[in-house]
Design a binder for this molecule. Sequence first.
Ligand code: MMA
Ligand code: CA
Length: 171
Amino acid sequence: QWSNVLCSATAPSVCEVSSRAPTVAAPSHKEYWLSGYPASWDDARAKCRSTGGDLAVIHNAENEERVRAACGSWERDNLCWVGLRTAPMSRTFRWVDGVDVAAYSNWRDGEPNNSASDGGAEECGAVLPASFGGGWNDAACSVEFLFVCEYDTDVSTAPTSVEETQLIKRV
Ligand code: MMA
Ligand code: CA
């Protein structure tokens, strides 16, 4: 049976490790969608997941190039949220598919800096479009940026229209 105890108590622990390493889908199996409207990291991820995808993950230069192209493809150049986050206080960034950021990373010089300038802890990752020089930045998860979702082309449920993009563009 279970019991609740102080989190600071010491006890043996049991870890669960996947027997299958997270696979990196071939670039040809990924389809990207740019939101066209800004949202917090949590709202962005919820949108991607509710449409059958997830926030884009970047595991190689080709993913990087395609995600950055999607991010910079809209007239309002902006940082774009991607599926990169650290647990509170840990500063160990991890992709939403479980891959450690150390496997491939492209932080901008000086990042991740956990800057206090946007209101405290910077625990979510965003890409900068080429017009800003590229690279990644850690930012507060509550900041609203555009975001890039990815979908598996084999079972793609990516939003087929750019309605939301156009709606925002007209504003
Ligand atoms: C902003 C913010 C930070 C980033 C710095 C880089 C001023 O703060 O986006 O997350 O590290 O810019 O200068
Ligand atoms: Ca930062």
